[in-house]
Design a protein around this ligand. Structure first.
Ligand SMILES: Cc1cc2nc3c(=O)[nH]c(=O)nc-3n(C[C@H](O)[C@H](O)[C@H](O)COP(=O)(O)OP(=O)(O)OC[C@H]3O[C@@H](n4cnc5c(N)ncnc54)[C@H](O)[C@@H]3O)c2cc1C
Length: 501
C-alpha cells in the first residue's frame, strides 16, 4: 500500500514478503544482495532518499583487514572474511579498491612498546606477515613522515576503497535480483503477529515473515518498536579533512596511529579519488544527526596532521565532512538472532562496516537459516558492473574507445574530477537512479572536486532534471529537504583553511 507515490524498484503486487530489511546503508545492502541469491520475496525499507547515504557515505574509506581487532571477536572474524570477499566482489563489480599497505606508526616510547603486542594480535587474526621496522626503514618508505616517528608495523594487505560505489554495487545487484527497494520509507511501527510482522510507516504497511534490522544509528529505535532494546546507540562523531589532489604524492601508504579505547585514531590516507584524507576525530555526540564539522575538531586534526606529515601545513583543503559511528555499550558487533522470533539485529557496526559488509551479509543469511527461513538458491543470479570512479583505473574521459562509442564520454561537465556528460546521464538512468545532486555526486564524483560544484552544479542539475523529467526548482528542493531519518551527511562547502603561500 503505497499512497505517497514514492519510487519502488520494481513495483510488486501484494504486501506479503518473506523478509523485510530495514536500513539501506552498506550493511543493509550486503544483506539484501546476499538474500537476493535465494528464492525469497525480500522488501528493503530505507528512510532516506537513497542507498548508502547515511554513515556509509561519510567515513575514512579504509579497506580494513581487521589485523588489530580483538582476536576471537565477531568483528575480527567478519573483517577477515569480508576483506577477501570484497577483493573478489570489488574486482568483478568495478569497486575501486587499492592495496596500498599501511604503516602503524609509534610516536612515543609507550606506543613503541605496544607494537609487539599489536603484531601478536595481527598474527592471531591471521596476518602473519605484519612486521616491525625501525625509523630508518620507515623514512625510506615514507620520506615526508615527521622525524619524530620511533618505529612502525607494516601491514601489507590494508587498502583503500570507494565508500560510494560499494553500497551502490551491492544494492544494484540486489535490485537486479528482485529485491524490492523502497526509499523514503521510514519504518515507524512494527507489530508482531502470530507468524509474521506487520511493518509500517507513513503511507505504507507490509507484512513479512522475518525482519532484519540494519538501521545503523537507528537500530535501537527500530528495536524499541517491538521489544525492549538490547543495545543503546551512543553516537560518536568523526570529522575529516580532504586535502587537494596536489597533496596525494606526500605519502605512499595509509599512516595509522596506535589505536586507543576511543577507536582507531587519526590517520592520513590516500583516497581512491586521488586526494589525501586526514581524520577522523572521535567525539561522543548527543544525537545521530550531529554531522556538523567544528572549529575545535578541524583545528585538532590540522595540528595532528602536521605532526604526522609536516608538509601538510602547506597543502590546500578541498572539503571538510563528518560522519557518526553507531557505537554502543558493547565493544563488538551485535549481530544476534536470540531476541524476538524470526528477527535478526545487526547493530553496533561502529568503525569497520564498509570492510566487513559482505561477511555480515553471509552471517545474517546463516542466522536466518538457523531461524527456519527457507533458502533455495537461485540458479544464476544477475551480476552488476558499476561505472569506473577510481583514479587508478581508466576513466571514460581518458578512454579513446569509450569516446568513440559515445561522444558524451568526451564531454566533461565536472572539470575538477573529470566527470563527463555520459557518466552523469547514466547515473540518472541507472538501476537505482540518482534523485538529487548528492546522488549524482556519489555515483560519478561530480561536485566532489576542489571547486565543490561552483562551476558545474548548474549543469549537473539541468541534466538531472531532464533525466528525471522534473523542473530544476523541484530538484533543488529535494536536495535541501531535511532527511526523515538520521543520516551521516557529507558537508559539501569548499573550505580553504590553508591558503597556499
Ligand atoms: C568517521 C567514520 C570513519 C569510518 N571509517 C571506516 C573505514 O575506514 N572503513 C570501514 O570499513 N568502516 C569505517 N567506518 C564505519 C562504516 O562507515 C560503518 O560501519 C558503516 O557505514 C555502517 O553501515 P550501516 O549500513 O550499518 O549504517 P548506515 O550507513 O548509517 O545505514 C543505516 C541506514 O538505515 C536507515 N534507517 C535508520 N532508521 C530507519 C528506519 N526507522 N526506517 C528505515 N530506514 C532507517 C538510515 O537512513 C540509513 O540509511 C567509519 C565510520 C565513521 C563514522
Amino acid at each position: 500500500m503505497d499512497s505517497d507515490g514514492a519510487a519502488e524498484y520494481p513495483p510488486r503486487p501484494g504486501h506479503g514478503f518473506d523478509v523485510a530489511i530495514i536500513g539501506a546503508g552498506v550493511v543493509g545492502a550486503a544483506i539484501a544482495r546476499q538474500l537476493s541469491h535465494y528464492e525469497l520475496k525480500v522488501i528493503w525499507l530505507e528512510a532516506g532518499e537513497d542507498v548508502g547515504a547515511g554513515t556509509s557515505k561519510a567515513n575514512t574509506a579504509i579497506w580494513h583487514t581487521g589485523f588489530d581487532a580483538t582476536p576471537g571477536s565477531l568483528e575480527a572474524r567478519l573483517l577477515r572474511r569480508g576483506h577477501g570477499l570484497l577483493a573478489a566482489f570489488g574486482a568483478r563489480a568495478g569497486i575501486p579498491l587499492e592495496t596500498t599497505g599501511a604503516l602503524l606508526v609509534a610516536w612515543t616510547d609507550e606506543q613503541l612498546g605496544s607494537l609487539p603486542g599489536i603484531r601478536d594480535r595481527a598474527r592471531q587474526n591471521g596476518y602473519p606477515d605484519v612486521e616491525r621496522i625501525d625509523p630508518i626503514a620507515l623514512r625510506a618508505l615514507e620520506p615526508n613522515l615527521s622525524d619524530n616517528a620511533k618505529g612502525a608495523l607494516v601491514i601489507p594487505q590494508e587498502g583503500i576503497l570507494c565508500p560510494f560505489t560499494t553500497p551502490l554495487a551491492l544494492a544494484t545487484e540486489a535490485v537486479l535480483n528482485g529485491v524490492d527497494l523502497r526509499i523514503l520509507h521510514p519504518v515507524t511501527q512494527v507489530t508482531p503477529l502470530p507468524s509474521t510482522y506487520r511493518v509500517s510507516g507513513p503511507g505504507f504497511e507490509i507484512e513479512a515473515g522475518y525482519i532484519v534490522n540494519a538501521a545503523g544509528l537507528g537500530a535501537d529505535t527500530v528495536e524499541s518498536l517491538f521489544c525492549v532494546p538490547r543495545l543503546e546507540v551512543r553516537p560518536r562523531r568523526g570529522e575529516l579533512i580532504v586535502y587537494d589532489k596536489a597533496a596525494r604524492d606526500l605519502i605512499r601508504h595509509i599512516l595509522l596511529p596506535v589505536p586507543s579505547s576511543m577507536g582507531k585514531g587519526v590517520l592520513v590516507a590516500p583516497t581512491v579519488f586521488g586526494n589525501l584524507l586526514l581524520g577522523p576525530t572521535a567525539e561522543p555526540v548527543e544525537t545521530p544527526d550531529a554531522t556538523q564539522t567544528t572549529t575545535a575538531g578541524i583545528g585538532y586534526l590540522r595540528h595532528r596532521g602536521q605532526q604526522i606529515v609536516p608538509r601538510l601545513a602547506d597543502e590546500e583543503v578541498t572539503a571538510l565532512f563528518a560522519g557518526v559511528r553507531a557505537a554502543t555499550q558493547f565493544p563488538d558487533y551485535q549481530i544476534r538472532s536470540d531476541g524476538p522470533p524470526r528477527y535478526v539485529l545487526v547493530g553496533g557496526i561502529r568503525s569497520t562496516g564498509l570492510s566487513s559488509s559482505l561477511a555480515i551479509g553471509e552471517h545474517v543469511r546463516d542466522l536466518l537459516d538457523g531461524l527456519g527461513c527457507r533458502l533455495a538458491p537461485k540458479p544464476k543470479p544477475e551480476e552488476a558492473v558499476m561505472p569506473i570512479l577510481g583514479e587508478a583505473f581508466l576513466r571514460p574521459h581518458r578512454d579513446v574507445s569509450a569516446i568513440e562509442a559515445d561522444p558524451d564520454c568526451g564531454r566533461i561537465v565536472c572539470h575538477c574530477e573529470g566527470v563527463t556528460r555520459a557518466e552523469i546521464l547514466r547515473a540518472c538512468g541507472s538501476t537505482i537512479p540518482a534523485r538529487s545532486l548528492d546522488g549524482v555526486r556519489r555515483r560519478t564524483r561530480a561536485l566532489l572536486g576542489r571547486c565543490q560544484g561552483f562551476y558545474c552544479a548548474a549543469q549537473v542539475l539541468e541534466l538531472l532534471a531532464v533525466a528525471a523529467g522534473r523542473d530544476v526548482a523541484s530538484l533543488t528542493g529535494l536536495d535541501e529537504r531535511p532527511s526523515p531519518a538520521p543520516l551521516g551527511r557529507l558537508r559539501t562547502e569548499s573550505t580553504r583553511v590553508s591558503p597556499r603561500g
